[in-house]
Design a protein around this ligand. Structure first.
Ligand code: SF4
Length: 470
């Protein structure tokens, strides 16, 4: 959709098959919480914002920085996900490469197993990784390569774990890709000894250290007296994942991607889990308190309280200044997992802003029920949306800001509204207390930028045109 045409077009209607995946919250008196349709394959032709199964696996496993990540498929699949998260590592940088078997026409006819085995042997000899992940793409599912057998052979020959990721792109939704990644991770858990772990040790599941968030959260926990055995998968190492079964608790930050792993670890190793969020003041504080409370040691809770008090005192004066500038502004939020959306609704409220549109790629019924409970009357709630719908909702609500990921950025800019990347491309950490301040700064910088005087908002031009016609 070209910028020149966006304000001259009519707002598009919803595809009829999608109507039950969009809800408008009624006013406070009539707003009954209802079940939305969700967690299903995207409607054909709707041009969903969702990524494929393979991409879902790739984003979850990508930050494991001492492993080879080999994409078994045509070169396009590897190019599409090359350095997709930019996740930071405090050590090896191997994850930032995108290795591919580059399957061609003859491989499709005769099979790609020999090529896969040769690529694995060459890469392992050259880079000496601690493990290798092999991602199956669409074409591999179609030609039927026995990826599991190749991985077993190479693992025996090289002595390192070689893990197949059953992520053929066409075989489900991005959520199925998360599941395939969790299966691969679960095969690693329990492969290393757990001696030396302290009594207050936890794992973090679903933080990907995109801009250093894992380091911030680990530092908070360290100050309270809690050790992190493994973060899956931010700044992760194969050995740490191997001893993750020695932790006493799993904190699940991105539940969309990691709840399945947490459930499996509970079943096999008896490790309980808690769903938390590290975004926003309230949720960050709640995550620390819940973790301290879990261990039942008063000194942990005392230190958590002290830390939270100090951090909030440190950021509040500046946060108040941003709040004065942002009060009354409206935002649209469209993110991968719904749990992040909950935190964003609360964080925006803290800045005096209203969330007028909110949605996710992978939310389930419970997630959408909770979103209805915490949203203001009139909020549009949407599952598995597409660019035309999102543009329509932003126009209709005349929002000042769009919060999303790389695929939502052009939608926002074409409509002349501010944008905040809360996904792969962000460079400032948005988690923790310092992250809340960074978030406020970024929102303010984008919403109040003078550039919008030069590119007025589509919604305003649209309304003016309508008035002129009538
Ligand atoms: S796995 Fe399939 S859908 Fe995903 S990028 Fe490759 S070809 Fe496209």
């Amino acid at each position: 959709m070209a910028a020149e045409t966006m304000d001259t077009m009519e707002l598009p209607d919803l595809i009829p098959e999608r109507e039950r995946q969009v809800l408008r919250k009624g006013d406070a008196q009539t707003a009954a919480v209802v079940d939305m349709e969700c967690n299903k394959a995207s409607v054909a032709g709707s041009v969903s914002q969702r990524a494929c199964v393979f991409c879902g696996s790739r984003v979850v496993l990508y930050p494991i920085s001492d492993a080879i990540h080999l994409v078994h498929g045509p070169i396009g699949c590897a190019a599409y996900t090359w350095d997709i998260r930019g996740a930071l590592s405090s050590g090896p940088q191997l994850h930032r490469n995108s290795f591919s078997t580059d399957l061609r026409e003859m491989d499709v006819i005769y099979g790609g197993e020999k090529k896969l085995e040769a690529a694995l042997m060459e890469l392992i000899a050259k880079h000496r990784p601690n493990a290798a992940f092999v991602y199956s793409t669409c074409i591999v599912g179609i030609i039927g390569d026995d990826v599991d057998a190749v991985c077993r052979r190479v693992s025996r020959a090289t002595g390192i774990p070689v893990l197949p990721v059953n992520s053929e792109g066409f075989k489900g939704t991005k959520r199925d890709g998360y599941r395939a990644a969790c299966d691969a991770l679960f095969n690693l858990v329990g492969t290393e000894p757990t001696e030396g772990l302290g009594p207050y040790s936890i794992n973090i599941l679903g933080d990907f250290n995109l801009a250093g968030e894992t380091w911030i959260i680990k530092e908070y926990l360290r100050k309270i007296g809690i050790d992190v055995v493994a973060c899956m998968t931010g700044d992760a190492r194969i050995q740490d994942i191997g001893r993750a079964h020695g932790a006493k608790l799993n904190l699940v930050q991105c539940s969309g991607s990691m709840i399945y792993l947490a459930q499996n670890m509970q079943k096999r190793y008896g490790i309980p889990f808690k769903r938390v969020s590290f975004f926003g003041i309230e949720d960050m504080a709640a995550a620390l308190y819940e973790t301290a409370q879990f261990f039942g040691a008063p000194e942990l809770m005392d230190r958590a309280r002290e830390l939270v008090r100090g951090e909030i005192d440190g950021i509040m004066p500046e946060l108040k200044r941003y709040r004065e500038k942002l009060a009354g502004k409206k935002a649209a939020v469209y993110v991968g997992g719904a749990f992040k959306a909950f935190s964003l609704v609360r964080a925006l409220r803290l800045l005096g802003m209203q969330t007028a549109v909110v949605g996710s790629q992978t939310g389930d019924k419970d997630d959408y029920r909770h979103l209805q409970e915490i949203s203001d009357p009139g909020t549009i709630i949407v599952d598995d949306s597409n660019p035309l719908e999102l543009a329509r909702f932003c126009m209709e609500k005349n929002v000042d800001l769009f919060i999303g990921g790389v695929k939502e950025r052009p939608i926002a800019y074409k409509m002349g509204i501010g944008f905040c990347d809360h996904n792969h491309e962000r460079k400032e950490p948005l988690a923790g207390f310092v992250g809340m301040l960074n978030f406020a700064k970024e929102v303010y910088g984008s919403v109040c930028s003078p550039v919008w005087k030069l590119t007025p908002r589509c919604a305003e031009r649209y309304v003016q045109r309508k008035e002129a016609v009538s």
